[in-house]
Design a protein around this ligand. Structure first.
Ligand code: SF4
Ligand code: SF4
Length: 472
């Protein structure tokens, strides 16, 4: 089977239950944003811009768990901001696991290795020594860290940690190979750290997925190469979605980067062009999502928006109408059902080529249309979905190991074209400048690049937060 049977059955059971109740609208995936603080400032990220005035706020853990129960979605995607900065992330994952939910931790990867070292510290036993040795050999853990793990005292072993589970995925943000990804996240070394984290996660038995956003300048041949490489690394699945032109991200692009958003985000026509081979990719790689949504992206069939099925809960409440857009007239709601009852859902989406709301015109995002593909009752769609889910999982792409994934680190503000302007004389020769095929070491970084930064961010949050952030 393409996906774990237990997870498929859980989702199928949820849909059946809602249909038996004749519930026309219900939640499939909760996008839970416990905070909007992030250690990165990726180009095109609407989150850190739309919620820039509430970056220090956090949703208390009790509210996060209440939100999951409130909408009762079988899957919860913990996103943000960077969720691994959330001080109670371990307790949140444990609480959602107790509720029986499938959990995706959407992360930029920078703090993952720290969290997995915490797991090793708590669960270390002599039987794990060979894996710990492998991590040291592959420079994913230093000798010093390994020794600290072996000799941890009873107090250090009391911590709640994120354990490998069939119900949990690390969902790592990757928008291209090294050069491109570092450029988009506006920091060098991020791709290298992501790959180190993925490798460590697989050695320790975690499930790992990746999520990729496609922009106008994205080279789809490069994304295919990236999937080959990730298949070689035994990554369990991929989400891929077209970039949406968030108002806040557009404004940031004009103001901070002096760039025209039209050069960056996709129109509907461009989305169809970019995704024209996605059905082929579905045969080669373990793409998450349904073949019906993939056909929609490729322009082979129409779907209407079902934004109610992937609701978002954050510091302000239930965000209406959808993950990507906040309608000023609606704002945020206290309860999921209140949002369901209050929003005029037929005012959104694109139907037969006509946008019901101009802001929906270029949106083909999974948060609006993926559930439409999964919930479609057309016999052909049902057959396509069943065939896809019950078909064999695509084979590991062994030759993916030859992909030149580490093709030169880069750092710039803006996207690919902007990188050229980033190469300026003032930075020339410095180690942090935009480089291609640079002379850096391609082995995964041994430094826990994100750890200190996470502590600094937490310290700042403790100093400034309007809610109490307890020291870890
Ligand atoms: S890592 Fe995620 S939340 Fe942070 S800036 Fe990038 S896209 Fe936004
Ligand atoms: S079409 Fe896109 S922007 Fe419009 S409501 Fe649906 S998900 Fe939101």
């Amino acid at each position: 089977m393409r996906f774990p049977l237990a997870l498929t059955l859980k989702i199928a059971g949820h849909i059946t239950k809602q249909r038996l109740k004749r519930n026309p609208r219900f939640a499939m995936v909760l996008q839970l944003e416990p905070l909007h603080t992030c250690n990165l400032t990726c180009t095109g990220c609407g989150r850190i811009r739309e919620y820039s005035t509430s970056l220090k706020d956090m949703v208390p853990i009790e509210k996060c768990l209440e939100a999951a129960s409130d909408c009762d979605a079988p899957m919860v995607s913990i996103c943000g901001g960077e969720p691994l900065i959330y001080p109670k992330i371990e307790e949140l994952v444990a609480g959602l696991t107790d509720q029986g939910r499938i959990i995706y931790i959407c992360t930029n990867g920078m703090f993952m290795r720290k969290k997995m070292r915490d797991y090793l510290t708590v669960h270390y036993s002599p039987e794990m020594e060979s894996r710990l040795q492998q991590l040291v050999t592959e420079q994913l853990v230093t000798e010093k860290e390994a020794e600290a793990i072996r000799s941890a005292d009873a107090a250090a072993r009391q911590k709640v940690v994120i354990v490998p589970s069939q119900w949990m995925y690390w969902n790592v943000h990757l928008d291209g190979l090294e050069y491109t990804h570092d450029l988009i996240v506006e920091r060098e070394g991020v791709f290298k750290e992501c790959i180190a984290a993925i490798r460590m996660a697989k050695i320790l038995g975690y499930q790992v997925a990746t999520n990729t956003t496609i922009y106008k300048e994205t080279d789809m041949a490069e994304i295919e190469q990236m999937f080959r490489y990730l298949s070689f690394l035994d990554v369990d699945g991929h989400t891929i979605s077209p970039g949406y032109d968030y108002d806040a991200a557009k404004k940031d692009m004009v103001k901070r980067l002096g760039k025209d958003p039209k050069d960056f985000f996709l129109t509907r026509d461009l989305t169809r062009e970019k995704f024209k081979n996605i059905e082929e990719w579905g045969k080669l790689f373990t793409l998450f999502g349904t073949p019906v949504y993939h056909r929609f992206l490729a322009g082979k069939q129409d779907l209407t928006c079902s934004a109610w099925a992937i609701p978002t809960f954050n510091v302000k409440g239930w965000k209406a109408p959808c993950y990507v857009m906040t309608d000023e007239k609606l704002g945020h709601f206290d309860r999921y059902q209140t949002m369901l009852d209050s929003v005029k859902w037929d005012n959104y989406g694109v139907v037969q080529g006509v946008a019901r709301d101009p802001r929906c015109e270029n949106c083909m995002m999974h948060c609006g249309y993926e559930p439409s593909g999964a919930l479609s009752s057309r016999p052909l769609d049902t057959w396509l979905n069943l065939k896809f889910n019950f078909s064999a999982r695509p084979k590991r792409v062994v030759e993916g190991g030859t992909v030149q994934a580490f093709n030169g680190f880069s750092m710039g503000k803006g996207h690919l074209a902007e990188a050229k302007s980033t190469v300026n004389k003032a930075l020339a020769g410095a180690r942090s400048v935009y480089q291609r095929n640079g002379d850096h070491d391609h082995a995964p970084s041994t430094a826990a690049t994100g750890s200190n930064q996470r502590e600094e961010l937490l310290a700042k949050l403790r100093d400034n937060s309007r809610i109490e952030v307890k020291p870890e």
